[in-house]
Design a protein around this ligand. Structure first.
Ligand code: AMP
Ligand code: GLY
Length: 425
């Protein structure tokens, strides 16, 4: 079976890694890919916003299934475009993608279906937004309505700060929308919860804990994600049941009732408080870097899973996971998430021995004259699995020491809340 993976991040490298292990994989291409996918797939350099160009590649390469990694092409309607041309594609259509593409759409859907989430208001006018802050109090969360690559959310501890962020959004700092969403601050612990969905059923697709802040002990500005581990220690059987009944199932039913059944990966960003789940956000794709740890733990053949999902035949599928704990540490270019260094050579990569429990998933990298260079903010994902999470982290840190890239930095403390020196985990 021939697959095309769209995207160029650590998530897409991890997806290609898992697909490439299947006995059923035929041709595997990645559009545009990176220096890591190049080793296991054929990279084809194309602008993924140019759907016609992508379609031509898919026809030329006789691709059976297209798997879309990032949110932007999904929100822009790549699934509708390709399906109309009889291409099998895995991911949500444009309307269903509004679950991530528009925070106001998502919050309204929650309200209509009694899905637990933070109290909120949507504003296009400063005075109304200001009145809402007075009503809700601080801390308050200020969000841009549209896509903002993880950078459109600010948790404001003072009214002045909140007003500043509101003005920035209303003035058009984020191109995707000038609407602002204000939310009550939710207390608790975060959990990333994944499902895979077709028109007739859905399955749990793993849990993980992401570390979004740039600094150790979760400080500093938000990023796309500095590291993650899986499984999350928060997820009990009882909590899992609540998440399905109170959040996932009402969402899927609601999308179906709108005439737009959700299909694809669905990622719920949750806040857990006193054993109760609250929906912070939906993402209409796998998380990055969560996908890296999930692909390493996934036992079941991914070609089989996606093949069944695109046929809406997952009902009897059993998805199995390895018992290992898995961690990924993101090696970033100095300066990220602000302006960062580019085109810097990363040495020593071919000296590192990789196996089923130790992988380096590339993100912002490219090859030139047999050398590897950086081109993105998040550059490499050092991903290790082990019986104990603490040993998995030690292994990742050991690899990072060997890479020793002068223009890079990373967090040493991924998993800090659950890895305690004296505990057996
Ligand atoms: P989002 O892009 O909506 O996921 O927000 C990014 C991050 O901001 C989340 O992962 C949370 O850490 C934080 N966040 C967003 N909304 C809230 C909220 N209502 N209460 C507390 N933290 C939040
Ligand atoms: N790691 C967070 C995200 O993929 O949105």
């Amino acid at each position: 079976m021939n697959f095309a993976v769209i995207g160029s991040g650590g998530r897409e490298h991890a997806i290609c890694y898992k697909l490439s292990q299947s006995k059923r994989i035929g041709r595997l291409i990645c559009i545009p890919g990176n220096a890591g996918t190049e080793k296991i797939a054929e990279n084809i350099d194309e602008n993924i916003s140019d759907f016609e160009a992508v379609y031509k590649i898919i026809k030329r390469k006789e691709i059976d299934i297209v798997l879309v990694g990032p949110e932007q092409p999904l929100v822009d309607g790549i699934v509708n475009y390709l399906k109309k041309r009889s291409i099998k594609v895995f991911g949500p259509n444009q309307l269903a993608s509004q679950l991530e593409g528009s925070k106001s759409f998502m919050k309204e859907m929650c309200k209509k279906n009694n899905i637990p989430t933070a109290e909120y208001g949507v504003f296009e006018n400063f005075n109304e937004a200001e009145n809402f802050i007075k009503q809700i109090g601080i801390p308050i969360v200020v969000k841009a309505d549209g896509l903002a690559a993880g950078k459109g959310v600010s948790i404001c501890k003072s009214i002045e700060e909140a007003k500043k962020k509101i003005i920035e959004i209303l003035d058009g700092k984020f191109e995707s929308s000038k609407k602002v969403v204000l939310e009550k601050f939710l207390k608790g612990e975060e959990l990333s919860y994944f499902v895979i969905v077709d028109e007739n059923s859905y399955h749990f697709f793993g849990s993980a804990q992401d570390h979004k802040r740039v600094g150790e002990r979760d400080t500093g500005p938000n990023t796309g994600g500095m590291g993650a581990y899986s499984p999350s220690k928060l997820l009990t059987k009882e909590l899992d049941k609540k998440i399905r009944k109170k959040i996932i199932e009402p969402t899927l039913i609601s999308m179906k009732n709108l005439g737009n059944p959700y299909t694809g990966f669905l990622y719920a960003g949750l806040m857990i408080n006193d054993g109760e789940p609250y929906l912070i956000e939906y993402n209409i794709r796998m998380g990055d870097p969560e996908c890296q740890v999930l692909m390493m733990r996934l036992k079941t053949d991914l070609v089989e899973i996606v093949d069944l999902a695109t046929k809406n035949s997952m009902q009897n599928l059993k998805i199995e996971w390895k018992n290992d704990n898995c961690i990924t540490i993101v090696l970033c270019a100095k300066g990220y998430p602000e302006k960062y260094i580019k085109d810097s050579e990363i040495k020593n990569l071919n000296k590192i021995l990789l196996n089923k429990k130790k992988q380096i998933f590339h993100a912002g990298t490219y090859k030139k004259n047999e050398k590897t260079f950086s081109k993105g903010g998040r550059v490499l994902n050092i991903t290790c699995a082990d019986e104990k999470l603490s040993s998995a982290r030690e292994n990742s840190l050991e690899i990072l020491e060997k890479i020793n890239w002068k223009d890079g930095f990373f967090r040493k403390d991924i998993g800090w809340k659950v890895i305690k020196d004296d505990e057996n985990n």
